[in-house]
Write a protein that binds this ligand. Sequence first.
Ligand code: GLA
Length: 366
Amino acid sequence: MTIKNVIASAPGRVNLIGEHTDYNGGYVLPMAIPQRTTVSLKILAGKQVRLRSRNMPEPAAAFNYELGCEARAGSWGDYIQGVTRLLAGEGHALQGFEAHISSDIPVGSGLSSSAALEVSTMRALREAFGLALDDLTIARLGQRVENEFVGAHVGIMDQMASSLANNSEALFIDTLDLSYKSVRLPDDVDLVVVNSGVSHSNSNGDYNTRRSECEQACKILGVKLLREIAYGELSRIEALPEPLSRRARHVVTENERVLQAVHAISKGDLQGLGKLFYQSHQSMRDDYAVSVPEIDLLVELAMAEPGVYGARLTGGGFGGSIVLLARLGAGARIAEKIADAYAKKVPYKPTILVKGKGELNATESH
Ligand code: GLA
């Protein structure tokens, strides 16, 4: 049965800890953020797909194509072309449609605007055409859109977070077998997310370079995934040539930090959790080399605030956002203070996306 008009949405995500571990078969701990992408879809006769984005300036706001003729164009429309191409390849029957897309997840903020676009589109198509797709299948297809159509060799964290997580609990995912469980943050903490305004993209070379460095490390070590190297076997990676040794060290130690973070959360140990955030940031900056000076500045500003437990770069890196944990009730003030100090020092405009645990803040600019 087909339905004529549908509206569906999906959230962005912030990763609490576990960065660049997902394509290495490791652990991640994302949660959804209040910001979402919404797709409002109307079925059309024939095979034409007409897309409009409320977030893009003209003429880039419009993107049209025909089902069956999807071709990468280097535009935001590629995420939707990838979705329809893959769904058809999986035997799902589609027909033409018009879709209006709007989002309050800033593009390039490291908060998964592309995963939210893929997941919200698939949710809308699922409802419009009665497709048999469960939430995990949607996440897997979203990752394939990135890998096979867009050319970003990402892992599955963002799509699983967008499809399965909510913004009151974190989602602990073991990307080796895609098992997951909800992890509730302690009540006495504020979660803050600040976008640096330095834009990043997963489909540019840097992200894919890191992934291939991990693959090279695996080849030399004779393993399929870096997950196979236990924390207690760190000495094995010391034999690798640089920079592979440092890259592998980040992945192996970050996996351990995720497990420790889940443990700290279960004990309500916010000091311990915060320390893991700082260690994760340091590892991403020094070993994995995915931070930038502006992100380091935000983390340093956070570190200087007495009410902050810990802060780190979240997401793929090379720009994007930081996530920080602050004393309950102090998050909003700290976020403003850090954003103001940052804006005075660099030519980028910071944005506070989240400034309290589970708080539904609208995006606001400085
Ligand atoms: C991006 C990718 C994810 C993950 C993170 C880094 O967000 O889409 O799969 O690799 O970077 O943790």
